[in-house]
Design a protein around this ligand. Structure first.
Ligand code: GTP
Ligand code: MG
Length: 375
């Protein structure tokens, strides 16, 4: 394109302009950030970033999932990597005690205030043990919320599978195992309610062998912890096991790169407008950052942590609630940060437009089908 320079390309490729200049230098092209580049040079550079043609360079900027993946990959090669808290998703059959376990860890009583005692959304919280943090996602166990469990498994490092010792393996226990397996996430089993008279933890362990979860004592490699979320028995052991597993996984992140994250839940708040609960996965999200989430855009206006306190920034593995978006994103949407608001807005608007067109196409197809049906 006429007049494109290293700065423009940097924006499109989601890279610092200085990096573009450096890359071009390595390719034998001397330029500065403002000098416009010819078509051949742009194609050369595009190829260097694994993009075949100039048109694709343009597509690239609105491909949020691709930008997200790129940042995720970049973090793995970064020299600024530091240890990050593990993200742990609590899963299991309805009423087996997931929320009670989190209540115990957080000294809260969310489960008592839930409608019908049933969790209906994903909650995200951080718990501190000694000087270390663990990020927890609570998921609903009710059969109707399979999608939420699948999403929970996808953004997590470890799944804690809660199985009630008086009830044993149930349909959503098995479903949770499947989600964890397909997301390739290790499972720690928490056999819960061991305080109950009818509790039979060994039976649960036997049942789970059928699904490839074999305790270490029995020659397998799955960690089992027998707990009571109600009395707190062995709950500290469970935390220790989680941290041990996290150490083995060497979970790291680069807090210095551009933030990326995933939406856990989003909604429209009467007073505050669109609100998104999200998990920051790499980089540091700051107040004022120009962002695109799914088909929405804006600037991070107010950011709140899991304790309801306002924060100015959020480092990797931190769950936060943000406002400042033009519209409500969907769960599982990816967040990326842009250099300026103008770019974020144009990408967001483009994506919203595309989504609308796609929706219209679908509607038209349906209409056509209906027409044939009636003929
Ligand atoms: P969903 O979110 O709806 O899937 O349920 P949940 O897994 O979060 O279960 P929840 O924590 O709401 O607990 C269900 C019931 O089991 C509540 O009445 C809890 O008090 C009880 N409960 C949970 N853990 C224990 C435990 O360790 N011992 C005993 N005796 N009761 C427990
Ligand atoms: Mg619950």
């Amino acid at each position: 394109e006429e007049g494109m320079n290293a700065q423009d390309l940097g924006k499109i490729l989601h890279r610092e302009p200085a990096e573009i200049v450096k890359k071009l230098f390595m390719l034998g092209v001397m330029t500065n950030q403002n000098q416009s580049l010819d078509k051949d040079t742009i194609e050369l550079l595009a190829a260097e970033y694994g993009i075949e043609s100039e048109e694709k360079v343009h597509e690239d900027i609105s491909d949020i999932d691709n930008l997200y993946t790129k940042e995720m990959e970049a973090s793995k090669e970064s020299k600024n990597q530091v240890k990050r808290p593990p993200v742990v998703t609590i899963m299991g059959h309805v009423d087996h005690g997931k929320t009670t376990l989190l209540d115990r860890l957080r000294h809260t009583n969310v489960s008592e205030h839930e409608a019908g005692g049933i969790t209906q959304s994903i909650g995200a919280y951080q718990v501190r043990l000694d000087d270390r943090l663990i990020t927890f996602l609570d998921t609903p166990g009710h059969a109707a919320f399979s999608n939420m469990r699948a999403r929970g498994a996808e953004i997590t490092d470890i799944v804690v599978l809660v199985v009630a010792a008086d009830d044993g393996v149930m349909p959503q226990t098995i479903e949770a195992i499947d989600h964890a397996k397909s997301a390739q996430v290790p499972i720690i089993v928490a056999v819960n309610k061991i305080d109950k008279p009818g509790a039979n933890p060994d039976h649960v362990m036997e049942q789970l062998m059928k699904y490839g979860l074999v305790p270490e004592d029995w020659g397998g490699d799955t960690i089992f912890v027998k707990i009571s979320a109600k009395t707190g028995e062995n709950v500290d052991d469970l935390l220790q096991m989680i941290l041990l597993q996290a150490d083995v996984m060497e979970l790291q992140a680069d807090p210095q790169q551009k933030a990326i994250g995933t939406v856990v839940e989003a909604r429209l708040d009467k007073g505050r407008g669109p609100v998104a609960d999200l998990l920051v996965q790499q980089g540091t999200l700051k107040i004022g950052d120009p962002i695109v989430i799914g088909d929405t855009y804006g600037r991070v206006r107010v950011m709140t942590n899991d304790k309801g306190r306002r924060v100015k920034k959020a480092t990797p593995s931190t769950p936060v609630e943000i406002t400042g978006l033009n519209d409500v994103p969907s769960s599982a949407d990816k967040l990326v940060v842009f250099d300026d608001e103008k770019t974020a807005r144009s990408v967001g608007e483009q994506r919203a437009k595309n989504a609308l067109e796609k929706q219209r196409e679908n509607v038209q197809h349906v209409t056509l089908d209906n027409l044939f049906d009636t003929m």
